[in-house]
Design a binder for this molecule. Structure first.
Ligand SMILES: Nc1ncnc2c1ncn2[C@@H]1O[C@H](COP(=O)(O)OP(=O)(O)OP(=O)(O)O)[C@@H](O)[C@H]1O
Ligand SMILES: [Mg+2]
Length: 659
């Protein structure tokens, strides 16, 4: 399957329209022009034949008139009656010459020659002519054309026979014919009765003109009809009188310029006009060129076709005219084709260029360049297309931006959720760990508690019994102190494992913070520490074990003071966040906690303090207490900058668990 570009298709269809259009108009135009010109020529020839016929008839009429008038002249009657042949001969000879008749003969009332003006020597013979018989019969003058056989011509004189004698010239397209010479002649002949005084016929006057080599009529036709017009040295118009198919009087010329006497008509014309008696109107090859012609038969008195009258116009001037017009027409058509092609080229370009731009812009969009725009200002469908393309890319880039925004938000959300999940997981691990540790600690504490009480009781009794100065008193006092210390540890362990019962009543957290601070503020450790309280008013009361929570804050504050080595700022904030939690932040400007210790912070016995200084139970106990309040504890710390503990209590715990 062939693939064409839009441009090619447009150009092809334009060209097709142009070619078909031009082709059709050229064909139609040429045939119309050609036909019109040639038809006009043919129509003219048809009319010219009428003129020629008129000339022929006029000539016949004038001969007839001459003969009729002469026959009625007094001298003829007189001379016949007086049998004065000499007088008749003289008169007739004079008339024949002055009227340029070829023959003029007087017969008696039976048709026998009385006086032959042209050749007086031959007389007494019977003129065997249809027209004479007609005059003898009805005493009316008549005229007709007639073929004169050689012997009749010779009776009038060898010069006449010689004028009639025509050598046949071989002619292309003529019908083959026997013989090489035509010896008979064709004459316009007229006869009129000579009437005596008693109204009876006393003779017949008979005269005529030989048409062979008599160019008077044909030249007259040429002059009247064609005014001697010439084309390239040739007469445009021609006229001919044929005897049979033979040109006996013509102004059609041979190649050498002589009259084409002796040439013959083409066979097809012969067959139609002589053979069938139908006039020929149309194109014919005459002697040596194509003519537009008209032929009609010439008949004798009996109606037999004996010759033809012809007029013709040289076809060449009309063909040349037609060719010239066709040439001009073709030139105009060619000019039109070129003009249309140029217009088609520019039109096609104006259609395809914006489309190419659109294609280019579209491929840029495909490559991800959403800023691509098309600059087309045409107010048509392509302009609209470009417009909507631009709108499309604008909204595409808008959506892309939005999409990117969403992706970013999503990323942040995912990060947040992951962090939350991680911290929850950590808390979970921590609580699991502490739960198992708590159980163990509780077991140990129980077991130690009773022997320890016994040790304390008995060592206290011993101490009471001992003298004040007893040297063992100091040692015993150490035993009591250390045992007390052990008891504190055991108690702490029991607190951590929540072995001790808690009593929760709705409390204001701010009050507990204030009470705790009051206890420690005056201690030496806090002298150089700035305490910054940011406690929100109007916090809801929540169920709390006040003494336990106090213990929590005490631990926190002491740890902070120790981390700050007694110098710095302790910031305590209480607030109520949207998630229905009371939040307490305890922030110090102490040494901070290294990353590796963060996870161990709430483990029992984890401490960084010197042996004997801290037990590492403070945060573990804190954790236990907060858990028992369904709270949360988190830590954020930066080494060298400080630490922040965040404690959260739910405002409305769904279920309150107690052990
Ligand atoms: N605010 C703080 N700044 C820096 N480190 C802290 C802070 N609070 C706790 N710590 C670290 O956590 C450890 C554990 O604290 P915890 O309160 O559990 O035990 P302790 O203070 O060492 O001993 P105890 O509280 O039993 O006397 C501390 O030894 C200390 O290293
Ligand atoms: Mg502590």
């Amino acid at each position: 399957m062939l693939r064409f570009s839009l441009r090619t298709k447009l150009i092809l269809s334009f060209s097709l329209v142009i070619v078909i259009g031009v082709f059709l108009s050229v064909i139609i135009g040429i045939s119309l022009i050609g036909n019109t010109i040639i038809r006009q020529a043919q129509d003219k020839v048809r009319l010219d034949l009428n003129s020629a016929r008129e000339v022929y008839q006029k000539e016949s009429e004038s001969i007839k008139c001459l003969i009729r008038l002469t026959a009625r002249r007094f001298f003829i009657k007189d001379a016949i009656l007086k049998n004065d042949t000499e007088k008749i001969r003289e008169e007739l000879q004079r008339i024949r010459k002055s009227e340029s008749l070829d023959i003029l003969t007087l017969t008696d009332e039976k048709g026998y020659v009385k006086v032959r003006a042209r050749n007086p020597a031959v007389r007494g013979d019977r003129l065997n002519d249809g027209i004479i018989n007609l005059v003898l019969l009805n005493k009316q003058p008549g005229v007709s054309t007639r073929i004169f056989p050689q012997e009749e011509l010779e009776k009038e004189g060898t010069d006449l026979a010689e004028q009639a004698r025509i050598k046949l010239v071989p002619t292309p397209k003529a019908k083959p014919r026997e013989g090489k010479v035509e010896v008979s002649g064709m004459m316009i002949i007229s006869a009129a009765p000579v009437i005596g005084y008693d109204e009876n016929l006393i003779g017949v006057l008979y005269g005529g003109k030989l048409l062979n080599r008599n160019y008077e009529m044909v030249d007259k036709v040429k002059d009247i009809v064609y005014r001697g017009e010439q084309y390239k040295g040739r007469d445009i118009g021609t006229a001919t009188i044929f005897q049979g198919d033979l040109r006996i009087s013509t102004n059609v010329r041979n190649a050498d310029g002589t009259r084409a006497i002796g040439t013959r008509v083409s066979e097809e014309v012969f067959d139609q006009v002589i053979g069938k008696g139908i006039p020929w109107i149309g194109r014919a090859f005459v002697v040596n060129a194509w003519y537009r012609t008209a032929y009609e038969p010439i008949r004798d008195i009996e109606g037999k076709i004996i010759g033809m009258l012809y007029v013709g116009m040289l076809e060449a001037p009309y063909v040349d005219l037609r060719n010239r017009v066709v040439f001009i027409f073709l030139g105009i058509a060619l000019f039109g084709v070129i003009l249309l092609s140029i217009i088609a080229y520019y039109t096609t370009n104006s259609i395809t260029r914006p489309i190419k731009e659109l294609v280019f812009a579209t491929s840029k969009v495909t490559d991800g360049d959403l800023s691509s725009r098309v600059e087309i200002n045409s107010h048509d469908e392509i302009g609209e297309l470009a417009d909507s393309f631009n709108k499309m890319t604008t909204s595409l880039s808008k959506y892309e931006k939005e999409l990117k925004g969403w992706a970013e938000t999503l990323e942040i959300k995912v990060k947040e959720r992951t962090e939350e999940l991680e911290s929850t997981q950590k808390q979970l691990i921590q609580s699991e760990k502490l739960a198992s540790l708590g159980k163990m600690a509780a077991g140990v504490a129980h077991e130690i508690n009773n022997p320890l009480t016994a040790v304390l009781t008995f060592s206290k009794l011993l101490l009471d019994d001992l003298d004040k100065d007893d040297p063992q008193q100091e040692d015993l006092q150490t035993i009591v102190d250390e045992t007390l210390r052990c008891r504190d540890i055991v108690r702490s362990l029991l607190d951590f494992s929540r072995e001790t019962k808690s009593k929760k009543i709705p409390e204001n957290i701010n009050n507990i913070i204030e009470n705790t601070l009051f206890l420690i503020e005056h201690q030496a450790t806090f002298h150089d520490i700035k305490i910054d309280k940011k406690l929100s008013s109007g916090l809801p009361k929540i169920p709390l074990d006040a003494s336990q929570i106090k213990q929590v804050f005490m631990n926190m504050f002491l740890n902070a003071a120790e981390a700050m080595s007694g110098r710095g700022t302790l910031t305590i904030t209480s607030s109520y966040d949207d998630n229905k939690f009371l939040v307490i932040n305890i922030k110090d400007t102490g040494c901070g906690i290294p990353e590796k210790d963060i996870n161990k912070l709430f483990d029992p016995f984890f401490t960084t303090k010197k042996v004997g200084k801290g037990t590492g139970l403070g945060l573990a106990v804190t954790y236990g207490i907060i858990k028992s309040h369904q709270g949360l504890i988190e830590v954020k710390s930066t080494v060298g900058e400080g630490t922040e503990f965040i404690i959260k209590f739910p405002v409305k715990p769904l279920k309150f668990e107690e052990k």
